[in-house]
Design a protein around this ligand. Structure first.
Ligand SMILES: Cc1cc2nc3c(=O)[nH]c(=O)nc-3n(C[C@H](O)[C@H](O)[C@H](O)COP(=O)(O)OP(=O)(O)OC[C@H]3O[C@@H](n4cnc5c(N)ncnc54)[C@H](O)[C@@H]3O)c2cc1C
Length: 267
């Protein structure tokens, strides 16, 4: 008996004499041998059961294994993804939802392009979007970056025109204006001045400060090795990136973008 059960120690309460096992006095057999014993299904029933299993799998909400390895407690199951999509956006961070939004916004035709956003972690526990401080600046050294950031500042300033959804509360991304400050030692002064010149040509409001001007504005800064500083006067500061992410998601969803939870993997 012990050999069959695989591990009831001698003298610690095996089956009563004469018992073949399974009575109330028997010690519980080890889990590995009794948990979920394979059902003895007649061969003729197997095809029907297999079809039934597939139907249930298709009908039930997606939990766990199929679309993600773990669902946080309390998180309702995400919707099943559509069978087909024109564009699948992998990752529902601020970039993914922004891409999804712009695809639909520029399309100008609801329900035309089928866009699906797939996010593996609905808690966003490690997403850069929610880890970032949400800083925005205009002071870049490439015209392309300056133009993109000017566009972003205008977009954020008018966010309710872009991402507002009828009958939903207005969006407040809690923008805190605060200029970025760049300091240059003597050997880099000419480069900083040239960069500021470029920024001004692109329409950026930025001040060049001499060391005394810098000291007057920021008395706590040691200006000894500073030759010149640049300080943003407009469209710089920080905002709440979580609110921006949700605003993109809400708007994109209202435009017909689909989403689901799961990890996209290559074959
Ligand atoms: C500490 C920190 C501070 C920052 N500060 C600033 C700042 O002040 N200003 C600024 O402009 N930028 C800042 N950034 C950068 C900015 O946060 C990122 O550039 C931006 O958030 C990137 O967005 P994303 O959507 O590409 O990435 P993420 O927000 O990381 O989103 C990617 C998403 O994709 C999901 N994903 C990945 N692979 C898969 C897969 N195979 N299947 C399904 N889902 C997947 C992930 O779960 C994640 O949610 C900062 C970043 C950090 C980390």
């Amino acid at each position: 008996m012990q050999g069959l059960l695989g591990g009831v120690p001698e003298g610690t309460g095996g089956a009563p004499e004469g018992c073949q096992g399974g009575c109330q006095l028997c010690p519980p057999p080890p889990q590995s041998l009794t948990a979920h014993p394979p059902p003895n299904i007649p061969a003729e029933l197997k095809p029907g059961l297999s079809r039934l299993g597939q139907i249930l799998k298709d009908q039930l909400p997606a939990w766990g294994d199929g679309w993600g390895s773990w669902t946080p407690p309390g998180t309702p199951p995400g919707p099943r993804p559509p069978e087909e999509a024109d564009v699948v956006v992998v990752g529902g961070g601020v970039v993914g939802w922004s891409v999804a939004y712009w695809l639909k916004a520029l399309e100008g035709q609801r329900h035309g392009m089928r866009v699906l956003v797939v996010e593996r972690d609905p808690t966003y526990s490690q997403a850069s979007t929610v880890l970032s401080v949400g800083g925005i600046r205009q002071q870049f050294s490439l015209p392309e970056n300056i133009r993109m950031s000017r566009f972003s500042a205008s977009f954020l300033r008018n966010i309710n025109e872009h991402l507002g959804v009828p009958n939903e509360p207005p969006i407040d991304i809690q923008f805190q204006p605060s200029g970025y400050l760049f300091l240059a030692p003597p050997q880099s002064a000419a480069r900083l001045e040239a960069t500021v010149q470029l920024q001004r040509e692109e329409g950026v409001q930025v001040a060049l400060l001499s060391p005394p001007q810098l000291k007057a504005k920021f008395p706590w800064i040691d200006t000894e090795d500073v030759a010149v500083a640049s300080y943003g006067l407009e469209n710089e500061g920080w905002f709440d990136p979580w609110t921006l992410l949700n605003a993109f998601r809400r708007k994109a969803t209202s435009l017909g973008v689909h989403s689901c939870n799961g990890e996209v993997r290559g074959e």
